[in-house]
Design a protein around this ligand. Structure first.
Ligand SMILES: [Ca+2]
Length: 366
């Protein structure tokens, strides 16, 4: 996996209040190296303007204002919150991970292979087999196919292997108060997190997650967790890290609530008239077109087969994926756009679908 791809993925995710991808692996080996480097370069780090960080967040004026807001708006106990912030630790490695520049967006052929490896397919089939009844239940209740749910969990965390090792409290507080570019977004996520912990009667210092504060097998941010996570094994608590059933039900619910249409296509190869190819390429912005009706596309020389007579998926877009030799062109439907609500990247949505197809075939052949 390339660092560039991870950075671009993060940039594309954009942290627009949607679920953040785990960026598998980055929270482990890659970040440990950075954390060590930051430690060794301690004096250099304190020279940076944003690095004049007091030992405790509890004494920072902006944190006091945040506490006042939580007390006024949600009736939190001010002393308890101050105690919480006195135990939260600034994480330079979190800021470093967020700040790394995106050198160039990855190409599909650079991005996809690690998600489509035989190891990820084999582990996905095993995960599917182990959770078959829950996946079938989610498919019938939410209309989201088992292979799509398994693929998302596979892309996000390798089926729970890489769920992140940061204390969520440290990651979110660091980003809320020492990462000005996204302060508003992360202050809101910190607020959602504290509300969630109170609702679940859990210590906010307990949960672990990614450097962005995403949790569990499906890497939900706290706001998404509160809005879309479900207690799918009915044990009275929502635990996306410990209850696999909860993770499965929550992914299916998230997609359903964002408009997933049962039995509708995700993406299909586009057939483009040779003399119209230049014209079609001109309407692709970063590899994806605007959405238009199938009829309008047909008029401009783009057609598609192997889809229902009248998909609920109209209007549709045209997608280009960079292959090693020639690019491939696809018609993408409503459900593909729903996948981008999980992570706003054409590469992410396409990788989830491709992995899902591989999983489906391998599962059937087993
Ligand atoms: Ca549960």
């Amino acid at each position: 996996m390339t660092t560039i791809a991870q950075q671009a993925m993060l940039a594309r995710a954009g942290m627009r209040g949607i679920v953040l991808a785990a960026l598998p692996g980055i929270a482990s080996a890659a970040l440990r190296g950075i954390a060590l480097a930051a430690l060794l370069a301690g004096s250099a780090a304190t020279a940076a303007p944003s690095a004049a960080v007091p030992a405790s967040y509890a004494h920072r004026p902006e944190v006091s204002a945040f506490i006042d807001e939580m007390v006024a708006d949600y009736d939190f106990d001010a002393r308890a919150l101050r105690r919480f912030f006195s135990k939260v630790r600034y994480q330079q490695s979190v800021v470093n991970a967020m700040s790394r520049p995106v050198l160039a967006p990855p190409k599909w052929y650079e991005y996809a292979p690690r998600f489509l490896s035989s190891a990820r397919i084999d582990a996905g089939v095993a995960f599917w087999r182990a959770n078959e009844r829950t996946l079938e239940r989610a498919q019938s209740e939410f209309g989201v196919p088992s292979e799509i749910v398994v693929a998302i969990i596979g892309v996000e965390t390798f089926y729970g292997r890489n769920t992140g090792s940061y204390r969520v409290a440290d990651a979110l507080t660091t980003l809320a108060f020492d990462y000005p570019r996204r302060a508003e977004f992360f202050r809101n996520e910190l607020k959602q997190f504290l509300l969630l912990m109170r609702e679940q009667n859990t210590s906010p210092l307990a949960p672990k997650g990614s450097y962005a504060g995403a949790q569990g097998l499906p890497q939900f941010m706290p706001g998404s967790l509160r809005d879309y996570a479900v207690d799918y094994d009915d044990d009275g608590k929502i635990d996306l890290a410990g209850d696999v059933d909860d993770a499965i039900g929550s992914v299916a619910n998230y997609l359903a609530r964002h408009g997933w249409l049962a039995d509708d296509p995700v993406m299909q190869p586009a057939e483009i008239d040779v003399d119209k190819l230049d014209q079609v390429e001109r309407v692709l912005d970063g590899g994806i077109s605007e959405q238009r009706s199938l009829q309008s596309w047909r008029h401009d020389g783009v057609s598609v087969s192997g889809i229902p007579e009248a998909p609920g998926a109209d209007p549709t877009g045209v997608l280009m994926l960079e292959e090693e030799a020639e690019p491939s062109y696809w018609m993408v439907f409503n459900n593909w756009y729903v996948l981008t609500r999980y992570n706003r990247s054409r590469l992410y949505a396409s990788a989830v679908w491709k992995l899902a197809q591989e999983l489906k075939q391998a599962f059937a052949e087993e």
